[in-house]
Design a protein around this ligand. Structure first.
Ligand code: KIV
Length: 264
């Protein structure tokens, strides 16, 4: 089994090897993913793909703690990051109390916090209190209602400047790594060059220090829509529907259970 990543090993990877992150929301899938990835993110995207909500904003701290615990149980040797949900970090002290709650009730290694320069003081407060923070800049799904949609960043000078400032402020506040989402590859490459910490991209081209994808997207389970940046590595929805359809058919026509499935 590969050795568990640490903040030091993840930071040493910059410029040496690409980092691979995937989301997971439960013990079963975390245990299937753990051998292939460097980090597992318990993303608040679970609110959409597993709860069926239209966005991530209604995810709660208890929900994130429940799923993070499950992932840590399924992948005890993996570096696990808990996404801090919307509305749980209105002040630096509230953020600290909620991150401490995450660390008390799960074995997560770090938290992820969406936000740019406006969150720098809060991130500094956390890192000074021994909470490892992964930042998240560029397109921030928790700002979807404020922004009026999911808007790709970095298409004009103002947006490029803002994302660069956000990344610099979060790095300066002590974050050990950054996610950069939904930006042009040129901007992602610029941020990756400017930052000394690892920059993990999603919908950000290939010049970042690593990539992250939502597991139910990349395995083709999420059918509602396929963003441009997602690649399907299998057709999960079709495979599941076929298998469950076959099971139903065999129950109905008496082929299941067969002799070998019966106790003697
Ligand atoms: O919630 C999530 O899954 C995320 C990733 C998209 C980075 O934040």
């Amino acid at each position: 089994m590969a050795k568990k990543e640490t903040i030091t090993s993840l930071q040493q990877a910059k410029g040496e090897r690409k980092l691979v992150m995937i989301t997971a929301y439960d013990a079963l899938f975390a245990s299937l993913f753990k051998e292939s990835v460097d980090m597992i993110l318990v993303g608040d995207s679970l609110n959409m793909s597993f709860l069926g909500e239209p966005d991530t904003l209604s995810a709660t701290l208890d929900q994130m703690i429940y799923h993070t615990r499950a992932v840590c149980n399924g992948a005890p040797e993996s570096f696990v990051i808990c996404d801090m949900p919307f509305g749980t970090m209105n002040t630096p002290d509230e953020a600290l109390a909620n991150c401490v709650e995450v660390f008390r009730r799960t074995r997560a290694d770090a938290v992820k916090i969406e936000g740019g320069a406006e969150r720098a003081d809060l991130v500094r407060h956390l890192t000074r209190n021994a909470i490892p923070v992964m930042g998240h800049v560029g397109l921030k799904p928790q700002s979807v209602r404020a922004e009026g949609g999911y808007k790709v960043q970095g298409r004009d000078e103002k947006s490029i400047e803002r994302v660069l400032q956000d990344a610099a402020a979060i790095e300066e506040a002590g974050a050990f790594a950054l996610v950069i989402e939904g930006v042009t590859p040129t901007l992602a490459a610029l941020v990756t060059r400017e930052c000394d910490i690892p920059v993990i991209g999603i919908g950000a081209g290939k010049e970042t220090d690593g990539q992250v994808l939502v597991w139910s997207d990349m395995l083709g389970f999420f059918e509602a829509f396929k963003p441009r940046f997602v690649k399907h590595y299998m057709n999960g929805a079709v495979a599941v529907k076929e298998a469950v359809g076959k099971y139903a058919e065999e129950v109905k026509n008496g082929l299941f259970p067969a002799e070998e499935h019966c106790y003697k």
